[in-house]
Design a protein around this ligand. Structure first.
Ligand code: GDP
Length: 470
């Protein structure tokens, strides 16, 4: 490139470099100073251009460690359907709102703050891992701790296992709430044994997973659970700098007939104030009003505080990053993003077997993440172990992010999207929802009837030998 700009040959430059004691190959990158020196030997002046800044990116802020103060933990409740997630969120909310506050009727804004031992904890009140994964798919990591609810009379179920995989994949610590211990058929010991099979070993058996026995219905053990949340939070030393422009994440957003776009923001760092200019995804505006989880008007919100924000020009998406910036900058970023979104192909570049080899070659891909679904447990295991058996080449490593028995569901696809995985389905098909989401998220779902074929495809794709599919 340098040679062509200076109208000489690459060989001439390489020779000059050698004389200067720099051994360079033809396609090697040299730094600016070296380039300037070589160019001057040819009588050419070079000028250093400022690095190009992506106009759609929010400028990063590096906080002085001294400015960081502790912030409350953000907790998501996950678990199998009917195991008591909603009941748990309800009882936590009710018991932790003190009587003088009880007048201010609680309002659903997608997250709420409670107090335990004078310390605050934030709960995302959309239970389940769907919201969690949807946000992660957009690159947002909001949750600090996951509470996994398992009913003591039902034990570990498919969505329990899914939730474990989701939390582990996101590197979020799990606290288990063994729920419904008031029920006659409750068997907490059995739940713990089953969880051990999935890598969650309770402390009493020498492991490091905290398990608390609770009843959401009879309000038993709830305080213990909250204390454990505080304990884990303390170990994680969650900190943020409250004294600067806010950065946060959109938890949920909708268009309100009277109020216009309404977005719940969880502030992650800095402090958001009325009048701040903000950008979130492709939307921008000025904070016109803010309401807390009790429906009260507030003027500012610091780290780990969820607030409903009015004033955006449009409805952002859950998982979008929110930033307070100068007015013009906020607007420009939003507009540039709109433009980019329009220009870009609708499909984001996700991993696909057809394109796998190119992505490996370009160094974009280090892990080949796979979600495996099959009709019977035996096939799941056979597929898992043989796929992992392909891990002989160092360029790319196969990782099974999730595997299970049954049809490919929307949740599988969202997990695949969040972890940039492809889905291998053996003797099962995606249901209608899964297919729709897979299209929207550009997830490659491969269905097979012969294990050998699945393995061969992955192997061929890894080595760039996969025959194109027409
Ligand atoms: P989710 O689907 O996980 O949100 O579960 P829900 O919170 O809707 O609870 C499902 C059912 O279990 C409801 O009928 C609850 O009343 C019941 N339930 C929840 N927690 C308990 C509990 O601790 N004890 C008993 N006996 N029932 C519970």
């Amino acid at each position: 490139d340098l040679a062509s700009k200076m109208s000489c040959t690459a060989a001439e430059i390489i020779k000059k470099l050698m004389l200067m004691g720099v051994l360079a190959s033809i396609n090697q990158e040299i730094d600016f100073d070296t380039a300037a020196l070589v160019a001057s030997e040819f009588g050419v002046n070079v000028e250093e251009l400022p690095p190009e800044v992506d106009p759609t990116l929010i400028p990063e802020i590096v906080d002085d460690p001294k400015s960081l103060v502790l912030r409350p933990p953000v907790v998501t409740v996950m678990g199998h359907v009917d195991h008591g997630k909603t009941s748990l969120l309800d009882v936590i909310r009710k018991t932790s709102v003190t009587s003088h506050e009880a007048g201010g009727i609680t309002q659903h804004i997608g997250a709420y703050q409670v107090k335990c031992q004078g310390k605050k904890i934030v709960f995302l009140d959309t239970p389940g891992h769907e919201a969690f994964t949807a946000m992660r798919a957009r690159g947002a990591q909001v949750t600090d701790i996951a509470i996994l609810v398992v009913a003591a009379d039902d034990g570990v179920m498919p969505q329990t296992i899914e939730a474990i995989h989701h939390a582990k994949d996101a590197d979020v610590p799990i606290i288990v709430a063994v729920n419904k211990i008031d029920k006659p058929g409750a068997n907490p010991a059995n739940v713990k044994n089953e969880l051990m099979e999935h890598g969650l070993v309770p402390e009493e058996y020498g492991g490091d997973t905290i398990m608390v026995e609770v009843s959401a219905k009879k309000n038993i053990g709830i305080n213990d659970l909250l204390e454990m949340v505080l304990l884990v939070a303390e170990m994680k030393e969650l900190k943020a700098n409250p004294k600067r422009e806010a950065r946060g994440v959109i938890i949920e957003a909708q268009l309100d007939k009277g109020r216009g776009p309404v977005a719940t923001v969880l502030v992650q760092s800095g402090t958001l104030r009325i009048g701040d200019s903000i950008v979130a995804g492709t939307t921008y505006g000025k904070v016109r009003a803010m309401l807390n989880d009790r429906g009260e008007n507030v003027k500012k919100a610091g780290p780990s505080v969820p607030v409903e924000v009015l004033g955006l020009n449009d409805v952002p998406a859950a998982g979008d990053e929110l930033a307070a910036l100068e007015e013009k900058q906020a607007r420009t970023i939003a507009e540039k993003r709109m433009e980019k979104q329009r220009n870009e192909m609708i499909h984001a570049k996700k991993v696909s077997l057809d394109d796998l080899f190119n992505q490996i070659q370009e160094g974009q891909l280090k892990d080949l993440n796979i979600v495996v679904k099959a009709d019977v447990q035996g096939s799941v295991e056979a597929l898992n172990s043989s796929l992992l058996g392909l891990n002989k080449n160092d360029e790319v490593r196969v990782r099974i992010v999730h595997s299970g028995v049954g049809a490919v569901t929307e949740s599988d696809v969202m997990l695949a999207s969040a972890s940039n995985a492809l889905v291998i389905a053996f003797n099962v098909r995606p249901d209608a929802n899964a297919r729709r989401v897979a299209d929207a998220e550009a997830i490659d779902i491969r269905t097979y009837r012969v294990i050998y074929d699945a393995l061969n495809d992955v192997k061929d794709a890894m080595s760039g030998m996969l025959a194109p599919k027409y």
